[in-house]
Design a protein around this ligand. Sequence first.
Ligand code: APR
Length: 246
Amino acid sequence: MENLIRKAAADLKAAKKVVALTGAGISVDSGIPPFRGKGGVWEKIDPDYAHIDKFMEDPADVWNVLIKDMKILIDKAKPNDGHKGLATLEQMGILEAVITQNVDGLHQMAGNTDVIEFHGSFAWQRCMICQKRIETAKVDISEIPPRCQCEGILRPEVVFFGEMIPHEALFRSRRLAANCDIMLVVGTSAVVHPAATMPMIAKQSRAKVIEINPERTPLTGSISDYLIRGKAGDVMNDIIAQLQDS
Ligand code: APR
């Protein structure tokens, strides 16, 4: 592991355009569970609850089973060393942008200034009737589903399964993936597309793909050049320390 940290630090230092792709794993140490694997949300809740058809059919049920707890966890979550490490890479002039599948806003809170929210953002709710936007932190969840003053039901500005990825996020992510020379892939199981296609686009464009994850993923051994096995916070701390020593 030690020599992979040194290798990653050297690769990052020599790179011209570094982009990160992050997933739920980077927020695990901020108290937000992953979706898959040990302690994953989908072990306890049917993933159908994250499908737009389910929300349209019974918004109260989806709010009760999935969204309410998301709000409670995200409202109190703070960036961990994984997020802070990526922010430090930006401040060092190494990292250009973060493409995140997460909706928790922790990359922005950590200090990254160019964050593409591939699956939208949980920071805002939108009225299903008048489209008024309300900050999630200000939404009163004593009544479920929460409603707008016009009585419309509120929905989070996240991408449910069955919905399109925001065009701007998709197009910019593709362009960044096609033009980077390193893609850091942190804390994603790389099974949900089109997000998981970004490392393939990077590889096709001759970029180096570096994974940070305690586990192997479908990218490991095929798309990624190497996997640094570990928790995002620990690995990022080691990489930053190596960069500061060199
Ligand atoms: N540090 C780094 N990686 C971790 C950590 C950690 N501390 N803990 C777990 N992981 C890894 C797991 O090994 C797994 O590979 O993070 C990954 C989490 O995978 P998922 O839960 O599938 O999260 P993600 O890849 O972001 O899911 C993609 O699926 O359900 C949808 O919309 C949801 O955006 C999500 C998408």
